[in-house]
Design a protein around this ligand. Structure first.
Ligand code: HEC
Ligand code: HEC
Ligand code: HEC
Ligand code: HEC
Ligand code: HEC
Ligand code: HEC
Ligand code: HEC
Ligand code: HEC
Length: 447
């Protein structure tokens, strides 16, 4: 069949199945034309509007069905029509364990097409209570964790709400992991074997402030998985004896638990200096060495992890040295511009917050942010994921050296400039471009 005929056929088939009840495509909702998208939720709700994709990233708050199709369908009826409307979804579902077990589309989406729903973890809980309870128990462990990724950490984060939403769409895309269960075993196969592979986590755990994937793929564990993984039976559960080298889930979801933070020591993604080897974390450390002990001697594992603790400490010493230099500039009034001269942050106003700020700040403050939040977290992740290069070279310790050197040079220039200005009697006032500009104007609450 050529594609034009296919489309005509599809059109008639859809009309027939839906009893030809297509509705007006624009439906006016009580809240106005945008419906639930008119306003964000949470404490900053009045300051931002979600982009359309929030319907799928946070269906519980924003999803509304399109009302194109009218009728109540069950089982194969949904599948038959969707074989034409969204063919690949139907194929993936047919290849899934759900299809074999008779878990048809309506079991997750409901059967009335006018009220079609997108499933959240509670939908899955009807049949998989154990996984959902474990997943939700992450909330008790503090954060970060999948179970609190979206609401506390993105929607309530004033600094990202201050930015134009299309710019920060990535936050919601990764952090939607809180709202749905298709993040590691993708819809509509929902295959456990997929989630066991490191690639499933790498979809989100990559980039400057969570360089887990880059560290893992350059470790012996990642290299062995890449070399030999095609020969492994990924249908086997992540248990001792089944895998030659550990994947992310092997270590972080040991024995298949859906609480990925059970053994994590909270350190604000590595930004806070925490000694994981300290007595107070002895139980967690023991849990880690037990995992390593599946394949290594306990002594080898403990020694390696102690080494990683020391690597992290050195990186924080460097950060403290840099911090003192920038703090002094601030005290002396030498930063160009001072926080009071900048567009204010939605949540903190003009408060000076070194380390939490990455935009609309001076170059030296930004350099410090990189040192702490990007390089520091990379060193932590590289050390604990056994990436030789990334902890010492490229983006790790030696990159921090470069930043420390830049910070000192910049501080030196600012001081020398100030002494010249003082000598010739120039009183510096910060330029307007710190406050206004085509992009800068779009930041919230600039008045
Ligand atoms: C008569 C054909 C037909 C039947 C039967 C049908 N659908 Fe649909 N469905 C559609 C069409 C057409 C769309 C819109 C697709 C698009 O936007 O490309 C749709 C959209 C959807 C969406 C997507 C909602 C969104 O906005 O992202 C879901 C979920 C869905 N259907 C599930 C189901 C389920 C579950 C059943 C059975 C209860 C079912 N469908 C039965 C034709 C059908
Ligand atoms: C095991 C539960 C489950 C079953 C069964 C299921 N879905 Fe889904 N479906 C999901 C999840 C989870 C999402 C993602 C929800 C989100 O994005 O928030 C989804 C999203 C969708 C979407 C919208 C997203 C997109 O990519 O367009 C469509 C359309 C859809 N499903 C159709 C179907 C159809 C048709 C069937 C049956 C062949 C089906 N689903 C069976 C869980 C299920
Ligand atoms: C769809 C994106 C996504 C996927 C896929 C994903 N994660 Fe996450 N993960 C996140 C986010 C976002 C956070 C941080 C949540 C927050 O803000 O509190 C997180 C947090 C974590 C934490 C806690 C971090 C800490 O500092 O305590 C661990 C451990 C973790 N994930 C492991 C994994 C593993 C292992 C996989 C794969 C099996 C995986 N994640 C897959 C997005 C994802
Ligand atoms: C109506 C019951 C039902 C619902 C609702 C349901 N499932 Fe399932 N699920 C099953 C059954 C039955 C199996 C196959 C038997 C088994 O492995 O437990 C299964 C298997 C699975 C598997 C393992 C597949 C494999 O490769 O071994 C995953 C992953 C999964 N479901 C995820 C989900 C997610 C995510 C949701 C919600 C979006 C969901 N399920 C909703 C009943 C359900
Ligand atoms: C961070 C990644 C990740 C997220 C998020 C996730 N899963 Fe899983 N899931 C996995 C991994 C990895 C496995 C394989 C575990 C194993 O080998 O024992 C798995 C397996 C499963 C299985 C099959 C269990 C079995 O023993 O066959 C079910 C059912 C399941 N998940 C449901 C869910 C539900 C429901 C949610 C939402 C609360 C969810 N998952 C969210 C990674 C994830
Ligand atoms: C050999 C086991 C192992 C493997 C494989 C592994 N990790 Fe880790 N991971 C660790 C250890 C150990 C820590 C530091 C734990 C601690 O004490 O907090 C850690 C830390 C983390 C953290 C910070 C939260 C925490 O627990 O401190 C995240 C997020 C993370 N790993 C994600 C991943 C991802 C994603 C992958 C795969 C790309 C992966 N890990 C592979 C052992 C592993
Ligand atoms: C590529 C996926 C991805 C993107 C994009 C992303 N994040 Fe994350 N985020 C993560 C992961 C993964 C973690 C967990 C890191 C860890 O613990 O090592 C995380 C952690 C966090 C944390 C936890 C901090 C803490 O220590 O409690 C916050 C807050 C956060 N992200 C907010 C945001 C915001 C706001 C944005 C957008 C500006 C964003 N994220 C963009 C994946 C992402
Ligand atoms: C499922 C098995 C398995 C687990 C679990 C495991 N490893 Fe490994 N690891 C290996 C294999 C196999 C190698 C490659 C051995 C070689 O280098 O010849 C390796 C290599 C290493 C190396 C580099 C080799 C070297 O001698 O420098 C380090 C370091 C390491 N592992 C530490 C750990 C730590 C720490 C843990 C626990 C957090 C851990 N591993 C968990 C299998 C495992």
């Amino acid at each position: 069949m050529n594609s034009a005929i296919k489309k005509i056929f599809l059109f008639f088939f859809v009309c027939m199945m839906a009893s030809c009840l297509f509705h007006c495509p624009v439906s006016l909702h009580a809240e106005g034309i945008l419906g639930k998208l008119a306003k964000g939720e949470g404490k900053w709700g009045q300051h931002w509007k979600p982009i359309e994709m929030f319907r799928w990233w946070d269906p519980e708050h924003y999803f509304e069905p399109e009302n194109k199709i009218e009728g109540v369908f069950e089982g194969e009826k949904c599948v038959i029509c969707h074989t034409l409307t969204t063919p690949r979804i139907a194929i993936d579902w047919k290849e899934s364990a759900h299809s074999k077990a008779g878990v048809t589309c309506d079991k997750c989406h409901g059967s009335d097409h006018q009220k079609i729903q997108l499933p959240n973890p509670d939908t899955c809980a009807k049949c998989h209570p154990e996984q959902v309870n474990e997943f939700k128990s992450e909330k008790e462990t503090g954060h970060p964790s999948h179970a609190r990724a979206f609401h506390p950490d993105v929607v309530e984060a004033g600094w990202q709400i201050s930015k134009p939403q299309p710019e920060v769409a990535g936050c919601a895309q990764c952090h939607a992991v809180e709202n749905k269960c298709d993040s590691c075993h993708f819809r509509h196969r929902f295959k456990a074997a997929e989630a066991r592979r490191p690639e499933a986590c790498s979809y989100c755990h990559n980039g400057p402030d969570h360089r887990d994937t880059e560290c893992y793929t350059t470790s012996a564990h990642g290299v062995i998985t890449a070399l030999d993984g095609d020969n492994w039976d990924w249908d086997k559960p992540l248990k001792v004896g089944n895998y030659r080298a550990p994947t992310c889930a092997y270590c972080h979801m040991y024995n298949g638990t859906h609480n990925a933070v059970e053994n994590a020591v909270y350190s604000h993604i590595g930004v806070e200096e925490i000694d994981r080897g300290a007595e107070e974390f002895a139980e967690k450390r023991k849990a880690w060495t037990n995992i390593c002990n599946d394949c290594h001697s306990a002594r080898f594992a403990a020694a390696y992890l102690r080494g990683a603790d020391e690597t992290v400490k050195v990186s924080h010493a460097k950060v403290r040295e840099a911090k003192a230099v920038v703090e002094d500039l601030h005290k002396e009034g030498l930063l160009d511009a001072m926080p009071k001269d900048l567009a204010r942050y939605l949540d903190e106003g003009h408060k000076w917050n070194l380390g939490g700020r990455m935009y609309n700040v001076t170059a030296i403050e930004r350099e410090f942010f990189d040192m702490l939040v990007y390089q520091g977290t990379t060193i932590f992740k590289a050390a604990f994921h056994m990436s030789a290069n990334l902890q010492t070279y490229e983006l790790g310790a030696f990159k921090q050296d470069e930043s420390l050197a830049k910070i000192k040079s910049e501080a030196s220039k600012l001081r020398r400039l100030k002494s010249l200005e003082d000598k010739v009697g120039i009183k510096y006032e910060s330029f307007d471009f710190w406050k206004v500009g085509e992009y800068t104007n779009s930041l919230k609450v600039i008045k």
